[in-house]
Design a protein around this ligand. Structure first.
Ligand code: PLP
Length: 467
């Protein structure tokens, strides 16, 4: 076997990748024919690929590299912990300082009485924990019928059987027999695509009240919890109308339904506060965390749980856990990541300086002929591509055709901006500077121009007729 390294020609790496590596959420044969882009190193907000291009990472990896790349402190924290204690479990009445310290720090940072942490290796695993935990909670409280979890179409909560069922991605449900029983989906608060003639405010209330309707239909004595991302991420950075969350909170309280805020993207500064729940002013019973918890340097996730849930769960034996729950090296790196976010004032700087600066520039993209709305909260934003702004029309071509062209143009212009259907999304590292924001917007504008030209040349600037 030859030594595979970054010194090999790109084409050889691509051929080996296509031969042996199955990529997540990818049409692997198509990718094999085209060749994967191979990232070799990164620093700050900049990626380098195997052809030597320097690419501005507008997605923070996969919404997770909040601190940016190349932080030596995180490397040192991992090295120290690997030397001292590379692994020990937290089952069977044992513990270790990284897990203790991280749980205590998260309890400090989390709002209200969210004081208890159940660790997992990822966001998917943490949401699986939540599913079992809320059902166990009600069973232990003598209401074993309260088992249904309500979620939303186009939500993303992970890719395992449980978390993929909680999510509302139809393309995922159609493979492998999802969703499992006991999950109910309501519509998402996406005003641009689904709001019709309603005002955003009325639409927000209408979508929130679908939760109340579902609870009444299913019976409040059957519903355990509602799960949602404060701002939907993978669904296309859907920022709900201002009326949405207060109404959801009211409904959960009134019907005694637990609220799970999936903070996997929104957590750790992304929305300008430590948690998206603070930005949306909600009080969840459980928060799911992962991604930005370690800035993606090592895999770790978890559930931060309220006093009342921890007390009930604590009075039973919860037959649940992962080998890597509270993994000491991942926990040590997460703790160091939180220290830096705090001591360098990064969350505050996002809220007060860089996010407002980015927001102003980002909203100016609506001056582009191809862009309908631009929505942004903190350091996560999206723009809707449209052939006709006035009617908020979708393209006649299959959803995602324009988005895909735009994403390819972004890549060609050395900018990573993802597309979800025909929405273009950004979620840059929180350490992005003003200058880098300027570069991001310039490259986005350039890519939109090129996309627009191509759509016109190909006769694709046509609106879909509404049935
Ligand atoms: C990414 C994500 C998950 C899943 O996390 P993994 O670490 O990929 O399992 C769950 N919820 C949300 C909101 C996410 O964005």
């Amino acid at each position: 076997m030859t030594q595979i390294s970054n010194h090999m020609p790109t084409a050889e790496l691509q051929a080996l990748d296509a031969a042996h590596h199955m990529h997540p959420f990818t049409h692997n044969a198509d990718l094999g024919a085209k060749g994967a882009r191979i990232i070799t190193r990164a620093d700050g907000v900049w990626l380098t690929d195997s052809d030597g291009n320097r690419i501005l990472d507008g997605m923070a990896g996969l919404w997770c590299v909040n601190l940016g790349y190349g932080r030596q402190e995180l490397v040192d924290a991992a090295t120290r912990q690997m030397q001292e204690l590379p692994f020990y479990n937290t089952f069977f009445q044992t513990s270790h300082t990284p897990a203790i310290a991280l749980a205590a720090r998260l309890a400090e940072l989390a709002p209200g009485d969210l004081n208890h942490v159940f660790f997992a290796g990822s966001g998917s695993e943490a949401n699986d924990t939540n599913l079992r935990m809320v059902r166990t909670y009600w069973a232990e409280k003598g209401q074993p019928e309260k088992q249904v979890v309500i979620s939303r179409w186009n939500a993303y909560h992970g890719s395992s059987v449980g978390s993929g069922s909680l999510g509302g991605m139809k393309g995922m449900h159609s493979q492998g027999g999802l969703p499992i029983p006991g999950i109910h989906h309501i519509d998402q608060p996406d005003w641009w695509s689904e709001g019709g003639d309603m005002t955003p405010e009325d639409f927000g209330l209408e979508r929130a009240r679908q939760l109340e309707t579902a609870i009444k239909e299913l019976g409040a004595d059957k519903v355990a919890a509602f799960i949602a991302e404060p701002v939907q991420g993978a669904g296309g950075v859907i920022v709900p109308p201002a009326t949405y969350w207060p109404e959801i909170q009211r409904i959960c309280r009134e019907h005694d339904i637990l609220l799970i805020a999936d903070e996997v993207i929104c957590g750790f500064g992304r929305t300008g506060n430590w948690f998206g729940s603070q930005t949306m002013e909600i009080t969840p019973d459980i928060m799911t965390i992962a991604k930005g918890l370690s800035s993606g340097y090592l895999p770790i996730g978890g559930s931060i749980v309220s006093d009342r849930i921890a007390e009930v769960i604590g009075n039973a034996e919860f037959n649940h856990g992962y080998t890597y729950s509270g993994h000491p090296v991942a926990a040590a790196v997460a703790l160091e990541n939180l220290r830096i976010l705090d001591e360098e004032g990064i969350v505050t700087r996002v809220r007060e300086e860089t996010a407002p600066y980015l927001a102003e520039k980002f909203r100016s993209l609506t001056d582009h002929p191809l862009v309908g709305e631009a929505k942004i909260v903190g350091m996560m934003g999206s723009i809707a591509l449209t052939p006709d702004k006035a009617s908020r029309a979708a393209f006649e071509a299959d959803g995602g055709t324009a988005g895909y062209i735009c994403r390819e143009r972004c890549f060609a212009n050395n900018l990573v901006m993802r597309h979800v259907g025909d929405r273009m999304i950004i979620s840059p590292p929180l350490v992005i500077s003003r200058e880098e924001i300027d570069t991001l917007i310039e490259r986005a504008w350039q890519s939109l121009d090129e996309t627009h030209a191509k759509l016109q040349a190909d006769g694709l600037m046509k609106a879909r007729k509404v049935a």
